[in-house]
Design a protein around this ligand. Structure first.
Ligand code: MN9
Ligand code: PYR
Length: 305
């Protein structure tokens, strides 16, 4: 199958699921996986930024991925983000992900030290070599990682035949076109910023991987469908509503992912806990925002879907 077919559509970023004590809960991971399957999404992006990967241990990340894979049973395309800030641990997670037969692994660059491009390439290639039979997706998120995927680094990485795409979370939609041009016809570029999903698709993204999709998967699935049918004006109407919703999700004192988890509880009765420190949980005031946001999402789904 072509990469542009295999990776098309809506791939929500999976959230870290905790029990009441803040420990990773396998049962809740499975419940969230079922929720996404019922929502009609095409894939899941597991243990990424939205999955609080930088606050989880390797063992916790393995446990989450194992439970997602067991529940999805090949019915969803699974992309496992395996980057840790050192090569060795990332290789271990890459090999583990391959043993579970995920569709692809993905990795941000190493953070904190701004390493030269050749060090980043070596880091990515070593991770890829630890999962030699699995597709590799580069995660470009310069505003958080502190380093950008340059055209030269992208070209260097394209020498590795396992590299099938870029998840692009930089803000210029033009970057999507740039990576697509470098990678060629069958290169899968994913839109990162949820606020410009339609813009990213217009510039050649095969679909998107997003941190807020989980709060409102119906709206993203519909937006994508409208885009495929070339009904861009209607897709844009949903995008504008989605952006208002994202604004609300970010308007609390507590962290956006805590807000999304509360919205999931209100909308779907899904309990997946809060967020892990240093992320801040919701205040009582925030819970009122979550109530309002859940209502706006429900109304939007009734209106657009
Ligand atoms: C910077 C960042 O985390 N970007 C995510 C991934 O690309 C997005 O999915 C955001 O979570 C989303 O666009 C909300 O701002
Ligand atoms: C949002 C996203 O792509 C992530 O969780 O990494």
């Amino acid at each position: 199958m072509k990469n542009t077919e295999k990776y098309a559509g809506i791939t929500p970023a999976f959230y870290a699921c905790y029990d009441e004590k803040g420990e990773v809960s396998p049962e809740r991971v499975r419940a969230l996986t079922r929720y996404f399957m019922d929502a009609g999404v095409q894939g899941l992006y597991v243990n990424g930024s939205s999955g609080e990967c930088i606050y989880l241990s390797k063992e916790e990340r393995k446990c989450i991925l194992e439970n997602v894979c067991a529940e999805a049973k090949g019915k969803l395309r699974i992309i496992a983000h395996v980057a840790c800030n050192n090569t060795r641990d990332s290789e271990e997670l890459a090999a583990h992900a391959e043993s579970l037969k995920v569709d692809a692994i993905a990795s941000i660059p190493p953070i904190y030290f701004h390493l030269p491009a050749y060090s980043i390439a070596e880091y990515w290639n070593k991770i890829s070599a630890a999962a030699p039979n699995t597709d590799f997706i580069i995660y470009n998120i310069p505003q958080l990682a502190g380093v950008s995927l340059t055209a030269d680094l992208c070209k260097e990485m394209l020498k590795n035949k396992k590299v099938v795409g870029v998840k692009n979370s930089s803000m210029p939609v033009q970057d999507i076109q740039t990576f697509k041009a470098l990678g060629g016809e069958d290169f899968a570029v994913f839109n990162g910023p949820d606020e410009q999903f339609v813009g990213g698709r217009a510039m050649g993204a095969v679909g998107g991987i997003g941190g807020t999709y989980g709060a409102m998967p119906e709206l993203f699935v519909k937006m994508n469908k409208l885009f495929v049918e070339n009904r861009i004006t209607e897709a844009r109407e949903i995008q504008i509503k989605v952006n208002e919703i994202i604004g609300m999700l970010c308007s609390g004192h507590g962290n956006m992912y805590a807000m999304i988890k509360e919205v999931l509880r209100i909308r779907k009765g899904l309990e997946i806990g809060s967020v892990r420190s240093p992320l801040t949980p919701l205040t009582e005031e925030d819970k009122k925002i979550a109530e309002k946001t859940a209502k706006i999402i429900d109304d939007a789904v009734a209106h657009f879907c």
